[in-house]
Design a protein around this ligand. Structure first.
Ligand code: FAD
Length: 404
Protein backbone atom coordinates (compact mmCIF):
# COMPACT_ATOMS: atom_id res chain seq x y z
CA UNK A 1 0.00 0.00 0.00
CA UNK A 2 1.45 3.38 -1.01
CA UNK A 3 0.44 6.68 0.60
CA UNK A 4 1.46 9.87 -1.20
CA UNK A 5 2.00 12.87 1.07
CA UNK A 6 2.68 13.30 4.78
CA UNK A 7 0.10 15.96 5.63
CA UNK A 8 -2.79 15.37 8.03
CA UNK A 9 -4.63 13.10 5.55
CA UNK A 10 -1.63 10.92 4.66
CA UNK A 11 -0.33 10.56 8.20
CA UNK A 12 -3.68 9.76 9.82
CA UNK A 13 -4.30 7.17 7.10
CA UNK A 14 -0.80 5.67 7.42
CA UNK A 15 -1.24 5.28 11.20
CA UNK A 16 -4.63 3.62 10.74
CA UNK A 17 -3.22 1.19 8.16
CA UNK A 18 -0.27 0.32 10.37
CA UNK A 19 -2.61 -0.25 13.36
CA UNK A 20 -4.45 -2.83 11.23
CA UNK A 21 -1.20 -4.56 10.34
CA UNK A 22 -1.26 -3.34 6.72
CA UNK A 23 2.16 -2.84 5.20
CA UNK A 24 2.45 0.68 3.78
CA UNK A 25 5.02 3.23 2.76
CA UNK A 26 4.56 7.02 2.78
CA UNK A 27 6.30 8.98 0.01
CA UNK A 28 6.77 12.66 0.87
CA UNK A 29 8.24 15.28 -1.42
CA UNK A 30 9.49 17.63 1.31
CA UNK A 31 12.00 16.97 4.08
CA UNK A 32 11.01 16.22 7.65
CA UNK A 33 11.92 19.66 9.04
CA UNK A 34 9.69 21.31 6.44
CA UNK A 35 6.52 19.35 7.17
CA UNK A 36 7.06 19.69 10.92
CA UNK A 37 7.23 23.48 10.72
CA UNK A 38 4.68 24.33 8.00
CA UNK A 39 2.10 26.51 9.79
CA UNK A 40 -1.39 26.28 8.34
CA UNK A 41 -4.53 25.15 10.18
CA UNK A 42 -5.14 25.50 13.87
CA UNK A 43 -8.82 24.91 14.62
CA UNK A 44 -9.78 21.27 15.06
CA UNK A 45 -13.49 20.52 15.35
CA UNK A 46 -14.88 18.29 18.09
CA UNK A 47 -15.57 15.51 15.57
CA UNK A 48 -11.93 15.62 14.43
CA UNK A 49 -10.70 15.38 17.99
CA UNK A 50 -13.00 12.40 18.54
CA UNK A 51 -11.55 10.65 15.47
CA UNK A 52 -8.00 11.27 16.63
CA UNK A 53 -8.87 10.06 20.13
CA UNK A 54 -10.54 6.93 18.77
CA UNK A 55 -7.24 5.92 17.20
CA UNK A 56 -4.87 6.98 19.96
CA UNK A 57 -3.63 9.98 17.97
CA UNK A 58 -4.73 12.79 20.29
CA UNK A 59 -2.22 12.67 23.15
CA UNK A 60 -0.35 15.83 22.05
CA UNK A 61 -3.42 17.91 21.35
CA UNK A 62 -5.00 16.89 24.63
CA UNK A 63 -1.84 18.01 26.43
CA UNK A 64 -1.07 21.23 24.56
CA UNK A 65 -4.24 22.13 22.64
CA UNK A 66 -6.62 24.76 23.99
CA UNK A 67 -10.38 24.36 24.03
CA UNK A 68 -12.03 27.26 22.22
CA UNK A 69 -15.72 28.15 22.04
CA UNK A 70 -16.21 31.85 21.31
CA UNK A 71 -16.13 34.08 18.27
CA UNK A 72 -16.61 37.81 18.03
CA UNK A 73 -17.93 39.77 15.05
CA UNK A 74 -17.04 43.43 14.68
CA UNK A 75 -18.28 46.14 12.35
CA UNK A 76 -17.56 49.85 12.25
CA UNK A 77 -20.60 50.40 14.47
CA UNK A 78 -20.80 47.50 16.90
CA UNK A 79 -19.58 44.09 18.00
CA UNK A 80 -21.20 40.94 19.33
CA UNK A 81 -19.99 37.60 20.64
CA UNK A 82 -21.27 34.09 20.06
CA UNK A 83 -20.38 31.55 22.70
CA UNK A 84 -20.87 28.62 20.34
CA UNK A 85 -20.09 26.09 23.07
CA UNK A 86 -23.59 26.90 24.41
CA UNK A 87 -25.31 26.97 21.00
CA UNK A 88 -26.25 24.34 18.41
CA UNK A 89 -24.67 21.01 19.28
CA UNK A 90 -22.62 22.60 22.11
CA UNK A 91 -19.36 21.43 20.55
CA UNK A 92 -16.08 23.35 20.71
CA UNK A 93 -12.81 23.55 18.79
CA UNK A 94 -9.39 22.60 20.06
CA UNK A 95 -6.75 25.07 18.92
CA UNK A 96 -3.66 23.08 18.00
CA UNK A 97 -1.26 24.19 15.26
CA UNK A 98 -1.28 21.86 12.25
CA UNK A 99 2.50 21.46 12.30
CA UNK A 100 2.31 20.10 15.85
CA UNK A 101 -0.38 17.63 14.83
CA UNK A 102 1.78 16.54 11.90
CA UNK A 103 4.76 16.12 14.27
CA UNK A 104 2.67 13.94 16.64
CA UNK A 105 1.29 11.80 13.81
CA UNK A 106 4.73 11.30 12.32
CA UNK A 107 6.29 10.42 15.67
CA UNK A 108 3.56 7.87 16.35
CA UNK A 109 3.91 6.34 12.86
CA UNK A 110 7.68 6.01 13.10
CA UNK A 111 7.67 4.65 16.63
CA UNK A 112 5.20 1.96 15.54
CA UNK A 113 7.66 0.90 12.81
CA UNK A 114 6.11 2.86 9.90
CA UNK A 115 8.12 3.50 6.74
CA UNK A 116 8.39 6.98 5.28
CA UNK A 117 10.65 8.29 2.53
CA UNK A 118 11.31 12.05 2.62
CA UNK A 119 12.45 14.03 -0.40
CA UNK A 120 10.74 11.57 -2.76
CA UNK A 121 8.43 13.29 -5.22
CA UNK A 122 5.71 11.31 -6.95
CA UNK A 123 5.57 12.34 -10.58
CA UNK A 124 2.79 10.07 -11.84
CA UNK A 125 0.46 7.26 -10.80
CA UNK A 126 0.04 4.67 -13.54
CA UNK A 127 -2.10 1.55 -14.03
CA UNK A 128 -4.73 2.54 -11.44
CA UNK A 129 -7.17 0.41 -13.49
CA UNK A 130 -5.13 -2.74 -12.95
CA UNK A 131 -4.27 -4.90 -9.90
CA UNK A 132 -0.87 -3.33 -9.21
CA UNK A 133 -0.86 0.46 -9.64
CA UNK A 134 2.58 2.03 -9.90
CA UNK A 135 3.92 5.33 -8.62
CA UNK A 136 6.74 6.91 -10.58
CA UNK A 137 8.97 9.06 -8.40
CA UNK A 138 11.98 11.33 -8.39
CA UNK A 139 14.39 10.35 -5.61
CA UNK A 140 16.31 12.97 -3.57
CA UNK A 141 19.40 12.46 -5.79
CA UNK A 142 17.34 13.16 -8.93
CA UNK A 143 17.15 9.55 -10.11
CA UNK A 144 13.78 8.16 -11.10
CA UNK A 145 12.25 5.03 -9.58
CA UNK A 146 8.98 3.12 -9.48
CA UNK A 147 6.98 1.83 -6.50
CA UNK A 148 4.15 -0.67 -6.79
CA UNK A 149 1.40 -1.56 -4.35
CA UNK A 150 -2.12 -2.95 -4.24
CA UNK A 151 -3.64 0.52 -3.75
CA UNK A 152 -2.37 4.08 -3.89
CA UNK A 153 -3.78 6.74 -1.57
CA UNK A 154 -3.32 10.21 -3.07
CA UNK A 155 -2.98 12.48 -0.02
CA UNK A 156 -0.50 14.78 -1.72
CA UNK A 157 -2.53 17.99 -1.64
CA UNK A 158 -3.89 20.22 -4.28
CA UNK A 159 -0.80 20.33 -6.52
CA UNK A 160 0.16 16.68 -6.05
CA UNK A 161 0.67 13.91 -8.60
CA UNK A 162 -2.46 11.93 -7.68
CA UNK A 163 -5.04 14.33 -9.03
CA UNK A 164 -2.85 15.06 -12.08
CA UNK A 165 -2.73 11.34 -12.87
CA UNK A 166 -6.48 10.88 -13.19
CA UNK A 167 -7.28 10.03 -16.81
CA UNK A 168 -9.15 12.82 -18.56
CA UNK A 169 -12.90 12.38 -18.28
CA UNK A 170 -12.65 10.10 -15.23
CA UNK A 171 -13.85 12.74 -12.76
CA UNK A 172 -16.02 15.82 -12.81
CA UNK A 173 -14.18 18.85 -11.50
CA UNK A 174 -16.22 21.52 -9.72
CA UNK A 175 -14.18 24.65 -9.15
CA UNK A 176 -14.87 28.15 -7.95
CA UNK A 177 -12.61 31.14 -7.52
CA UNK A 178 -14.29 33.06 -4.70
CA UNK A 179 -12.59 36.21 -6.02
CA UNK A 180 -11.33 37.12 -2.58
CA UNK A 181 -7.68 37.17 -1.46
CA UNK A 182 -6.22 37.15 2.02
CA UNK A 183 -2.88 38.27 3.27
CA UNK A 184 -2.31 35.47 5.80
CA UNK A 185 0.02 36.47 8.61
CA UNK A 186 1.69 34.84 11.57
CA UNK A 187 2.67 37.30 14.26
CA UNK A 188 5.07 36.67 17.11
CA UNK A 189 2.56 38.09 19.54
CA UNK A 190 0.12 36.65 22.07
CA UNK A 191 -3.57 36.62 21.07
CA UNK A 192 -5.28 39.96 21.61
CA UNK A 193 -8.75 38.50 22.15
CA UNK A 194 -10.00 35.41 23.94
CA UNK A 195 -12.13 34.72 20.85
CA UNK A 196 -11.80 34.28 17.10
CA UNK A 197 -12.21 37.82 15.78
CA UNK A 198 -14.00 38.57 12.50
CA UNK A 199 -14.05 42.21 11.40
CA UNK A 200 -16.55 43.07 8.68
CA UNK A 201 -15.30 46.45 7.54
CA UNK A 202 -15.81 48.81 4.63
CA UNK A 203 -12.08 48.46 3.82
CA UNK A 204 -12.37 44.66 3.73
CA UNK A 205 -12.25 41.72 6.12
CA UNK A 206 -9.76 41.29 8.97
CA UNK A 207 -9.44 38.17 11.13
CA UNK A 208 -7.75 37.23 14.39
CA UNK A 209 -7.15 33.58 15.33
CA UNK A 210 -5.20 32.33 18.32
CA UNK A 211 -2.52 29.71 17.68
CA UNK A 212 -0.35 29.51 20.83
CA UNK A 213 0.40 31.79 23.81
CA UNK A 214 3.08 33.52 21.76
CA UNK A 215 1.88 33.26 18.16
CA UNK A 216 -1.31 34.61 16.57
CA UNK A 217 -2.68 34.28 13.06
CA UNK A 218 -4.17 37.35 11.39
CA UNK A 219 -5.80 37.79 8.02
CA UNK A 220 -6.38 40.90 5.93
CA UNK A 221 -8.50 40.92 2.79
CA UNK A 222 -6.34 42.43 0.04
CA UNK A 223 -6.80 43.17 -3.65
CA UNK A 224 -6.11 40.20 -5.93
CA UNK A 225 -2.49 40.18 -7.12
CA UNK A 226 -1.11 42.00 -4.06
CA UNK A 227 2.48 40.78 -3.51
CA UNK A 228 2.86 39.32 0.00
CA UNK A 229 5.88 41.48 0.82
CA UNK A 230 4.40 44.77 -0.37
CA UNK A 231 3.03 45.63 3.09
CA UNK A 232 5.43 46.70 5.85
CA UNK A 233 4.85 45.35 9.37
CA UNK A 234 3.75 48.81 10.46
CA UNK A 235 1.20 49.14 7.66
CA UNK A 236 -0.17 45.68 8.48
CA UNK A 237 -0.66 46.53 12.16
CA UNK A 238 -2.19 49.94 11.36
CA UNK A 239 -4.66 48.32 8.98
CA UNK A 240 -5.51 45.55 11.46
CA UNK A 241 -6.08 48.21 14.15
CA UNK A 242 -8.37 50.13 11.85
CA UNK A 243 -10.47 47.21 10.59
CA UNK A 244 -10.67 45.50 14.00
CA UNK A 245 -11.63 48.75 15.72
CA UNK A 246 -8.70 48.75 18.15
CA UNK A 247 -9.52 52.31 19.23
CA UNK A 248 -13.04 51.36 20.28
CA UNK A 249 -12.53 47.76 21.44
CA UNK A 250 -8.99 47.63 22.79
CA UNK A 251 -5.49 47.44 21.29
CA UNK A 252 -4.01 44.52 19.39
CA UNK A 253 -0.74 43.26 20.84
CA UNK A 254 1.85 43.91 18.16
CA UNK A 255 4.83 41.70 17.36
CA UNK A 256 7.14 40.73 14.55
CA UNK A 257 5.39 39.32 11.47
CA UNK A 258 7.21 36.03 11.02
CA UNK A 259 5.31 34.66 8.05
CA UNK A 260 3.14 36.17 5.34
CA UNK A 261 1.49 34.65 2.29
CA UNK A 262 -1.29 35.68 -0.05
CA UNK A 263 -4.05 33.08 -0.28
CA UNK A 264 -6.56 33.33 -3.14
CA UNK A 265 -9.74 31.76 -1.82
CA UNK A 266 -10.72 28.87 -4.07
CA UNK A 267 -12.60 25.59 -3.83
CA UNK A 268 -12.00 22.63 -6.10
CA UNK A 269 -13.80 19.30 -5.77
CA UNK A 270 -13.31 16.16 -7.86
CA UNK A 271 -16.09 13.59 -8.19
CA UNK A 272 -15.55 10.70 -7.71
CA UNK A 273 -12.56 10.58 -5.36
CA UNK A 274 -11.62 7.18 -6.71
CA UNK A 275 -10.28 5.86 -9.96
CA UNK A 276 -9.73 2.10 -9.82
CA UNK A 277 -7.07 1.53 -7.16
CA UNK A 278 -6.19 5.20 -6.77
CA UNK A 279 -8.08 6.88 -3.92
CA UNK A 280 -7.90 10.60 -3.13
CA UNK A 281 -8.17 12.11 0.36
CA UNK A 282 -7.80 15.63 1.81
CA UNK A 283 -6.93 18.61 -0.38
CA UNK A 284 -5.89 16.27 -3.22
CA UNK A 285 -9.53 15.47 -3.97
CA UNK A 286 -11.47 18.32 -2.40
CA UNK A 287 -9.91 21.69 -1.73
CA UNK A 288 -11.90 24.08 0.45
CA UNK A 289 -11.17 27.74 1.06
CA UNK A 290 -9.84 28.40 4.58
CA UNK A 291 -12.73 30.79 5.36
CA UNK A 292 -14.44 28.33 7.71
CA UNK A 293 -11.37 26.36 8.86
CA UNK A 294 -12.58 23.03 7.50
CA UNK A 295 -9.73 21.69 5.33
CA UNK A 296 -7.63 19.83 7.89
CA UNK A 297 -10.80 18.57 9.56
CA UNK A 298 -12.11 17.09 6.33
CA UNK A 299 -8.67 15.58 5.66
CA UNK A 300 -8.77 13.70 8.98
CA UNK A 301 -12.36 12.56 8.46
CA UNK A 302 -11.65 11.27 4.94
CA UNK A 303 -8.51 9.50 6.14
CA UNK A 304 -10.55 7.62 8.74
CA UNK A 305 -13.17 6.57 6.16
CA UNK A 306 -10.45 5.49 3.76
CA UNK A 307 -8.47 3.61 6.42
CA UNK A 308 -11.54 1.58 7.32
CA UNK A 309 -12.44 0.88 3.68
CA UNK A 310 -8.88 -0.18 2.81
CA UNK A 311 -8.82 -2.44 5.87
CA UNK A 312 -11.96 -4.17 4.61
CA UNK A 313 -10.52 -4.51 1.12
CA UNK A 314 -7.06 -5.73 2.10
CA UNK A 315 -7.88 -7.86 5.14
CA UNK A 316 -11.40 -9.07 4.48
CA UNK A 317 -11.54 -9.02 0.69
CA UNK A 318 -14.58 -6.75 0.40
CA UNK A 319 -14.55 -3.56 -1.65
CA UNK A 320 -17.97 -2.32 -0.50
CA UNK A 321 -16.35 0.35 1.69
CA UNK A 322 -14.14 1.53 -1.17
CA UNK A 323 -17.15 1.64 -3.51
CA UNK A 324 -19.01 3.87 -1.04
CA UNK A 325 -15.95 5.93 -0.04
CA UNK A 326 -16.29 8.79 -2.52
CA UNK A 327 -20.02 9.41 -1.99
CA UNK A 328 -19.57 9.29 1.80
CA UNK A 329 -16.77 11.85 1.74
CA UNK A 330 -18.47 14.13 -0.75
CA UNK A 331 -21.58 14.41 1.44
CA UNK A 332 -19.37 15.94 4.16
CA UNK A 333 -17.35 17.96 1.67
CA UNK A 334 -20.40 19.69 0.18
CA UNK A 335 -21.86 20.48 3.57
CA UNK A 336 -18.57 22.13 4.51
CA UNK A 337 -18.30 23.92 1.15
CA UNK A 338 -21.78 25.33 1.56
CA UNK A 339 -20.92 26.78 4.96
CA UNK A 340 -17.53 28.03 3.82
CA UNK A 341 -19.20 29.92 0.95
CA UNK A 342 -21.75 31.35 3.39
CA UNK A 343 -18.88 32.62 5.57
CA UNK A 344 -17.14 34.15 2.55
CA UNK A 345 -20.27 36.08 1.65
CA UNK A 346 -20.75 37.17 5.25
CA UNK A 347 -17.22 38.38 5.87
CA UNK A 348 -16.03 39.94 2.65
CA UNK A 349 -16.59 43.05 0.73
CA UNK A 350 -17.62 42.28 -2.88
CA UNK A 351 -14.59 41.50 -5.05
CA UNK A 352 -14.68 44.80 -6.93
CA UNK A 353 -15.10 46.79 -3.74
CA UNK A 354 -12.97 49.91 -3.43
CA UNK A 355 -14.37 51.42 -0.26
CA UNK A 356 -17.86 52.81 0.11
CA UNK A 357 -19.00 54.20 -3.26
CA UNK A 358 -21.21 57.26 -3.28
CA UNK A 359 -23.94 55.44 -5.24
CA UNK A 360 -26.78 57.47 -6.56
CA UNK A 361 -29.58 59.30 -4.89
CA UNK A 362 -31.52 59.69 -8.12
CA UNK A 363 -33.69 56.59 -8.61
CA UNK A 364 -33.72 57.10 -12.40
CA UNK A 365 -29.93 57.21 -12.85
CA UNK A 366 -28.31 53.82 -13.57
CA UNK A 367 -25.82 53.11 -10.78
CA UNK A 368 -24.00 50.09 -12.34
CA UNK A 369 -21.33 48.21 -10.43
CA UNK A 370 -21.27 50.71 -7.58
CA UNK A 371 -24.96 50.12 -6.97
CA UNK A 372 -24.46 46.35 -7.02
CA UNK A 373 -21.61 46.60 -4.51
CA UNK A 374 -23.77 48.71 -2.23
CA UNK A 375 -26.58 46.16 -2.57
CA UNK A 376 -24.32 43.20 -1.70
CA UNK A 377 -22.79 45.09 1.22
CA UNK A 378 -26.26 45.81 2.62
CA UNK A 379 -27.18 42.11 2.27
CA UNK A 380 -24.19 40.90 4.28
CA UNK A 381 -24.78 43.49 6.97
CA UNK A 382 -28.39 42.37 7.21
CA UNK A 383 -27.19 38.75 7.50
CA UNK A 384 -24.84 39.78 10.30
CA UNK A 385 -27.62 41.69 12.07
CA UNK A 386 -29.80 38.54 12.04
CA UNK A 387 -26.95 36.49 13.42
CA UNK A 388 -26.50 38.99 16.24
CA UNK A 389 -30.07 38.66 17.51
CA UNK A 390 -31.68 35.45 16.30
CA UNK A 391 -31.14 32.42 18.53
CA UNK A 392 -32.20 30.13 15.67
CA UNK A 393 -29.61 31.66 13.36
CA UNK A 394 -27.00 31.32 16.09
CA UNK A 395 -27.79 27.63 16.64
CA UNK A 396 -27.61 27.04 12.88
CA UNK A 397 -24.29 28.89 12.72
CA UNK A 398 -22.77 27.07 15.72
CA UNK A 399 -23.69 23.66 14.40
CA UNK A 400 -22.03 24.30 11.06
CA UNK A 401 -19.13 26.34 12.38
CA UNK A 402 -17.84 23.60 14.63
CA UNK A 403 -19.44 20.58 12.97
CA UNK A 404 -18.38 18.48 10.01
P1 FAD B 1 -1.38 18.84 2.83
O1 FAD B 1 -1.35 19.29 4.23
O2 FAD B 1 -1.19 19.86 1.76
O3 FAD B 1 -0.29 17.70 2.70
C1 FAD B 1 0.08 17.17 1.43
C2 FAD B 1 1.50 16.63 1.53
O4 FAD B 1 1.86 16.05 0.28
C3 FAD B 1 2.54 17.73 1.79
O5 FAD B 1 3.36 17.34 2.87
C4 FAD B 1 3.31 17.84 0.49
O6 FAD B 1 4.68 18.20 0.69
C5 FAD B 1 3.18 16.45 -0.08
N1 FAD B 1 3.27 16.38 -1.54
C6 FAD B 1 2.79 17.26 -2.45
N2 FAD B 1 3.06 16.83 -3.70
C7 FAD B 1 3.72 15.66 -3.58
C8 FAD B 1 4.25 14.75 -4.51
N3 FAD B 1 4.14 14.98 -5.85
N4 FAD B 1 4.87 13.64 -4.06
C9 FAD B 1 4.98 13.39 -2.71
N5 FAD B 1 4.49 14.26 -1.78
C10 FAD B 1 3.86 15.37 -2.22
N6 FAD B 1 -7.93 23.87 7.80
C11 FAD B 1 -8.60 23.70 8.98
O7 FAD B 1 -9.25 22.68 9.16
N7 FAD B 1 -8.56 24.66 9.98
C12 FAD B 1 -7.85 25.82 9.83
O8 FAD B 1 -7.81 26.64 10.76
C13 FAD B 1 -7.16 26.05 8.57
N8 FAD B 1 -6.44 27.16 8.34
C14 FAD B 1 -5.71 27.29 7.18
C15 FAD B 1 -4.97 28.46 6.96
C16 FAD B 1 -4.24 28.60 5.76
C17 FAD B 1 -3.46 29.85 5.54
C18 FAD B 1 -4.25 27.56 4.79
C19 FAD B 1 -3.47 27.71 3.51
C20 FAD B 1 -4.99 26.41 4.99
C21 FAD B 1 -5.73 26.27 6.18
N9 FAD B 1 -6.50 25.14 6.41
C22 FAD B 1 -7.21 25.01 7.58
C23 FAD B 1 -6.51 24.06 5.40
C24 FAD B 1 -5.58 22.91 5.79
O9 FAD B 1 -4.30 23.39 6.11
C25 FAD B 1 -5.49 21.90 4.65
O10 FAD B 1 -6.79 21.59 4.23
C26 FAD B 1 -4.76 20.61 5.07
O11 FAD B 1 -3.38 20.86 5.16
C27 FAD B 1 -5.03 19.47 4.09
O12 FAD B 1 -4.28 18.35 4.48
P2 FAD B 1 -3.76 17.31 3.39
O13 FAD B 1 -3.06 16.24 4.15
O14 FAD B 1 -4.86 16.94 2.48
O15 FAD B 1 -2.74 18.10 2.47
Amino acid sequence: MIVLGAGPAGLVLANLLLDQGIDCVVLERADRAHIESRARAGFLAAATVRILERHGLAAGLRLRGKVHGTCEFRTEEARFRLDYSTLGSGDTHVVYPQQELVRDLLERFLSAGGQIRFGVEATEVRDADGDRPAVHVREPDGRTARWQGRYVAGCDGRHGAARRSLPSGSAVRRHIDHRVSWLGLLAEAPPSLDAVGYAVHGRGFAGHMARTDTVTRYYLQVARGTPADSWSDERIWDELDLRMGAKEHGPLTRGRIVERAVVDLESDVLDPLRHGRLLLAGDAGALISPSAAKGANLAVLEAELLGRALGDALLRGTEEGLDAYSARCLAHVWRAQEFSRWMIELLHAPSDWHGLPVGTRDPDTPCGAAGESLFLDALRRSRLASLAVSRRQQDWFAERYVGL
